[in-house]
Every structure is written in C-alpha cells, then in structure tokens.
Design a binder for this molecule. Structure first.
Ligand code: NDP
Ligand code: 2IT
Length: 448
C-alpha cells in the first residue's frame, strides 16, 4: 500500500478508536504526517504494522485515588498511567497533577515521550501518567496523603526495570519524595531507580532540577549557532514560571540574553530591565504564590492579568514553557510580525499545528518540543544510571553529558531533515529520527 494512504487510514482509525481526545489526535497527526517519506523508503515498516502498533498504547491504567483533606472531607480523584511503548527500554515519563488531566492528555504526552526518549539516544521507552488532582492551595499534609494514596495503586505497575515515573506539571521534588517514601514502604526494598527527580539526599541527580530548562537553551543555542547567531544580547520572552521556565531563564541569562517577561496561569509580568530571577524563585519555589507578587518587589515592572497576551511582547526569542496549545495561530502571527527569530518549545506541544506551520513558513528557527525539551528526561536516564551504579556524578559531569546530548539531538534531527529533503525543518527531522530507532527495535522484536 502507498505510504500516504497507509498513514491516512491509521489516522482515521486513531480518531475512531479514541473519540474526544483532541490533544492525542493532534500529537499523532503531526508525527504521522512526518513519517510518509520514511515509509516510502522502508515499506517493511508498513508490512510489520509498525505505525498501527506505535499509535496504540501497550497498556493504559486508570485508577481511583481517594484521600482525606485537612477538614476530614473525603475526595476522589482519578489516576492514570499510560505505558505506551517499551521497544527500546522501560517506560519512562513524568506524572502530571492538574485539574485538566484526562486520558487524552496523558496519551498525547505518552505518545510524544516515545520519540523524545528515543532522540536522547538512551535506553528508555515512552510512558506518562498523572491525575486530575489540583495541588493549588493544598497543604503539605494534603499533598502527602494524596501522593501516598496515588502510590498505593501505582506501585504494582512500576519498577526500575518496568516503568520509571518522574515529575511534570504540578509534580516536583516534594511530590516525588512522598511518592518514593510510600513505594519504599510498600515494597520493602530500596529501589532508588523507580522514580527520578528525587532529592539529592536519597538518590537524586545533580542537574535534574535544571535539566529541562538548561537543555532547552543548549538546544536553541546550537540551532542559533548554525545560523551564526546566539543568545547574547537577545530579548527573550518565557511563558510559565515553573520548573522548566525558571531554569530556561537562568541559562538564557548566563548566555547573555535579557529575559523580559514570564507568566503563570493568571497573568504575566513584564520587566523591561530584565526579570530578576531570584525574586521569581522566591515567589514560586519557596512561597508557592502567584507571579503578580513580583511587582511588590519591583514596582517598575508591569503585571497584566491573563497569560495569553505575553506573546504580544516584542522579542527575538520566544520560549513557551507552560502548557500545550498556548501559542495559537494568532499568537504565532503576532510573534512573526514582531520579528521573532527563534521559538524553542520547553513545554510539550505548546504550539498548535497552525502555529507551527506559521513559524516554519516564515523561516522562524523552530525547535520542536520532542527535541528541545528532551534534556529533562535525558537527565532522568542519567539519574537511573547513577542509581544502578550506586554512585553520583558531579554537577559538571552531568551538565557536560546533558550538553552533549542536546547537541547530538540537534545534529541528528537537522541531518535527517536534510537527508529527507526538509532542510531546516526540525519538526520532520525530530519525528523521523525518533521514530526510526523505535521502529527498528519493534521490527527486530516481532509482532508483540
Ligand atoms: P510546573 O508545574 O513547574 O510549572 C508549570 C507552569 O506553567 C506554571 O507557571 C503554571 O502556572 C503554568 N501553567 C500550567 N498549566 C497552565 C495552563 N493550563 N495555562 C496557563 N499556564 C499554565 O511544570 P513544569 O515547568 O515542569 O512543566 C511545564 C511544561 O514543560 C509542561 O508542558 C511539561 O509537560 C513540560 N516539560 C516538563 C519537563 C520537566 O522535566 N519538568 C520535561 C519536559 C517537558 P500556574 O502555577 O498558575 O498553574
Ligand atoms: O515531558 C517530559 O519529558 C517530562 N516531564 C520529564 C520526564 C522524565 O521522566 O524525566
């Protein structure tokens, strides 16, 4: 069968079989469209049903998570773990705690994770999980009880050689600590490699906290360097003010850029003299408050309600680091009109399909999420290595490895894009490069 027709049929089946999951459809569409030229060259992938199999999770687990709040009231949330593909390693991917979480969101994230993890060059399969639990406004004790309840079900599905969760939106070092404590208690074994993003006192890796943001900036710097450009003296806008956004800002500033705006889900701050990152860290990492607090410390900065308008700020480099579909066609057109040179996706799928098209058509240097934010999971895999070795590497060692991985991902994605006739299109390059390794492993392992 012809490759185009094959991809079309698989996509129709995905829509039919997974109704009401628009984010999952979107993620699949982008990848499948990129694969046509590979399938034309490699008909054995079609014969072995690789595409039909890769869009179907190996296993999807949905479970009840009951917990009791500080006033004694009972709540019931829903927990998810989608074990998408284990062809090249144990399932690996974060847990997201956010009220918007549903099966379709976890599937889109798990699907993306397959290709991202493959791009790192490390032996990790793709998975994702989470809950519709809202951590905002909850006490530490409530967060702990929720995490413990979540783990009393999740533990039976995970393990250092089976499935290794980590953080994502709403899940950071605090949550990983509570999750790990309960896993250890239930199993009665010190299996440090079952979770990553752990604290440094019990098996965590240096640089994991910084890794996604730093990795994003390393990737974008490489993409800029290839065109004789760099972060130096560039004006940068970063959405979000969570883990990814904060460390993207830190590295961009270290490379000489000026970060002028950051946001949360309520609004954004604009500081034309450059955001003071220590203030953001204090508000977000220590006090867990809203970004609007920033102007109390820096009265010359502006706070604006609503997070979307952050993309109206004129900038050279835009780094969306909050959530999916935060840049739509309108925002993309505004960024282009304002002269944006590069867009680097720190969040997963932050640009809609239309927005991505607009960037590519306007020759904006575009670093797609799967490639550009892979530094987090890559460093998680380095954490797993250190846990297996029962050793820990220095900050410099891990940072150097992370840097090399990001440079390699850039080189592979851009080389493959060019080989297939899509020079400078890193969307196609990343999708193809990520796919081939997984597809070859699936081919070798038979129809399973
Ligand atoms: P955090 O929870 O630390 O921060 C998330 C940030 O994004 C917060 O500022 C949050 O604002 C904002 N945000 C979240 N959801 C929305 C929404 N629906 N609308 C507007 N703003 C929103 O998460 P991370 O920094 O870890 O994750 C950010 C993105 O990066 C996600 O897409 C995640 O999947 C991706 N990612 C994360 C990796 C990691 O290692 N952590 C690795 C690779 C990708 P508020 O506090 O108001 O909710
Ligand atoms: O989207 C992602 O890559 C993550 N949230 C990190 C996953 C991980 O296992 O470190």
């Amino acid at each position: 069968m012809n490759a185009k027709e094959h991809v079309k049929q698989v996509f129709e089946q995905v829509i039919k079989r997974n109704p009401n999951e628009p984010e999952f459809h979107q993620a699949v569409k982008e990848v499948l469209d990129s694969l046509v030229p590979v399938l034309e060259r490699r008909p054995e992938y079609i014969e072995a049903g690789i595409v039909e199999r890769i869009v179907e999770p190996e296993r999807q687990i949905i479970f009840r998570v009951p917990w009791v709040d500080d006033n004694g009231k009972v709540h019931v949330n829903r927990g998810f773990r989608v074990q998408f593909n284990s062809a090249i390693g144990p399932y690996k991917g974060g847990l997201r705690f956010h009220p918007s979480v549903n099966l379709g969101i976890i599937k889109f994230l798990g699907f993306e994770q397959i290709f991202k993890n493959s791009l790192t060059g490390l032996p990790i399969g793709g998975g994702k999980g989470g809950s519709d639990f809202d951590p905002k406004g909850k006490s530490d004790a409530e967060i702990m009880r929720f995490c413990q309840s979540f783990m009393t079900e999740l533990y039976r599905h995970i393990g250092p050689d089976i499935d290794v969760p980590a953080g994502d939106i709403g899940v950071g070092a605090r949550e990983i600590g509570y999750l790990y404590g309960m896993y250890k208690k239930i199993t009665g074994a010190y299996e440090a490699g079952v979770l990553t993003g752990k604290g440094l006192t019990y098996g965590g890796s240096l640089v994991r906290k910084e890794a996604t943001g730093y990795g994003l900036v390393y990737f974008v710097e490489e993409m800029l360097n290839a065109k004789g450009l760099s972060f130096k003296d560039k004006v940068v806008v970063i959405s979000g003010s969570g883990n990814v956004a904060i460390y993207a800002a830190e590295k961009a500033m270290q490379l000489g850029a000026k970060v002028v705006a950051m946001s949360d889900s309520n609004g954004y701050v604009y500081d034309k003299d450059g955001i003071k990152l220590d203030t953001i860290k204090q508000i977000k990492e220590v006090e867990r408050k809203r970004i609007s607090e920033y102007v109390k410390y820096h009265p010359n900065a502006e706070y604006h309600e609503g997070c979307k308008n952050i993309w109206n700020i004129k900038c050279d480099i835009a780094l969306p680091c909050a959530t999916q579909n935060e840049i739509d066609a309108e925002a993309a057109n505004t960024l282009v009109k304002n002269g944006v040179i590069a867009v680097g996706e720190g969040a997963n799928m932050p640009s809609t399909l239309e927005a991505t098209e607009i960037f590519l058509n306007n020759k904006v240097l575009f670093a797609p999420a799967k490639a550009a934010n892979a530094g987090g999971v890559a460093t998680s895999a380095l954490e797993m290595s250190q846990n297996s070795l029962r050793m820990s590497w220095t900050f410099e060692e891990v940072d150097q490895k992370l840097h090399n991985i990001m440079v390699n991902i850039y080189k592979n994605a851009s080389k493959i894009a060019e080989e297939y006739g899509y020079k400078d299109n890193l969307v196609v390059g990343a999708n193809i490069a990520g796919f081939i390794k997984v597809a070859d492993a699936m081919l070798a392992q038979g129809i399973v």
